[in-house]
Design a protein around this ligand. Sequence first.
Ligand SMILES: [Zn+2]
Length: 97
Amino acid sequence: MKIKILNRLHNIEIVEDVLTSCNAAIMRNNLNKIFIVNDIAKELRLEYLLHECVHNINHQLNLGFDEAMTDRLACGLTSLIKDNDWKKIEKEILNAK
Ligand SMILES: [Zn+2]
């Protein structure tokens, strides 16, 4: 799997174990890789992925987010993404007069 973050392509790998302060996922900016452990609940994988993406955006844009801010924003983004049909919203907003 791959994800583009601020124009940089990153590989997403599901792995057996990672060593990180975030417990179940880690982003290696120098490798353009995101690792997510395979034993977390599947319904949490998107949130962990978004958490690592927020870390990357924070790093690239020097936003000054700490771990708690990163976690809360990832939680909000996960809800925003999961609870809405973005293709439909995009179509509707582009076609609105
Ligand atoms: Zn983190």
